[in-house]
Design a protein around this ligand. Structure first.
Ligand code: ADP
Ligand code: MG
Length: 257
């Protein structure tokens, strides 16, 4: 089964075609990472898949036409962790993660014991049980990132859309978060569509990468096919060496001599 198929999907904002007509398939269980320079359209692509921005063209989610899905149905299929989630001031971790259960709570209803149990299970899984009563603002960047992930998981969706999930984190916390996502992917059969800036780390985790430049897919394939000196030089205007790493290519910036 395909988790996502895009056929000629494009996004136009204020008369500018920010995402050119794009074809992309993400198979169920796959981890696909979109890379590309600032402003390439990575977040826009994820927002389109998440139903957060208007698009033209066709999309299916788990082989169902996305156009026919109600908001609640879509929220049960996919969960988005945006690049900079809005954090309601004063909100406790438990209440924030409980927001992930919204698609299961009837209008004007309250959360059920099953919703609370689902949230508690996710908090325990992400080592956040001790943080349930803490205010979100009081957490460190790495802890907060785990809470954003917890909210997405509490939503019970099997497709995770992660927009630069590790950009604010130090290298150790980056690895923690990505290992966790990968483990959840294996345990729960999740599909992951992410964007990432750190190319070496992106290549270590992705099954497949998509290089976007100026709203267009310019390369797609396994990390070794996309993380090349030629492609990165052309589309990022970057001077890099690509070395052979055990888990994938390692991209090293080189200062011009
Ligand atoms: P990326 O995530 O790759 O850095 P984005 O998808 O955020 O890029 O943005 C792609 C381009 O679209 C950028 O030039 C950005 O300024 C523009 N853009 C994104 N959202 C809007 C918007 N709501 N209104 C106008 N321009 C936008
Ligand atoms: Mg972005």
């Amino acid at each position: 089964m395909s988790a996502v198929t895009l056929s000629g999907l494009s996004v136009t904002i204020d008369g500018h075609e920010i995402l050119r007509p794009t074809d992309l398939t993400v198979e169920s269980g796959e981890w696909v990472t979109v890379i590309g320079p600032n402003g390439a359209g990575k977040s826009t692509l994820l927002r389109a898949v998440g139903g957060l921005v208007r698009y033209a063209g066709a999309m299916t989610l788990f082989d169902r036409p996305a156009a026919g899905l109600k908001r609640r149905d879509r929220a049960r299929l996919l969960a988005t962790v945006p690049q900079t989630p809005a954090v309601p001031p004063g909100m406790a971790v438990l209440d924030y993660v409980l927001l992930g259960r919204t698609p299961y709570i009837p209008p004007l209803g309250r959360e059920s014991p099953a919703d609370l149990a689902a949230v508690e299970a996710v908090l325990a899984r992400l080592d956040l049980a001790g943080f349930a009563g803490r205010r979100l603002e009081s957490l460190s960047g790495g802890e907060r990132q785990r809470v954003f992930l917890a909210r997405a998981l509490a939503q019970g969706a099997t497709l995770l859309l992660l927009d630069e999930p590790t950009t604010a984190l130090d290298i150790g916390h980056q690895q923690d978060v990505l290992e966790l996502v990968d483990q959840l992917r294996r345990d729960r059969g999740l599909t992951v569509l992410s964007t990432m800036h750190d190319l070496s780390i992106a290549g270590e985790y992705a099954d497949r990468m998509v290089l976007l430049a100026q709203g267009r897919v310019v390369a797609t394939g396994p990390p070794r096919a996309v993380l090349t000196e030629a492609l990165l030089g052309e589309h990022y205007r970057a001077r890099v060496r690509v070395l052979d790493g055990a888990q994938g290519p390692l991209v090293v910036p080189i200062r011009p001599s």
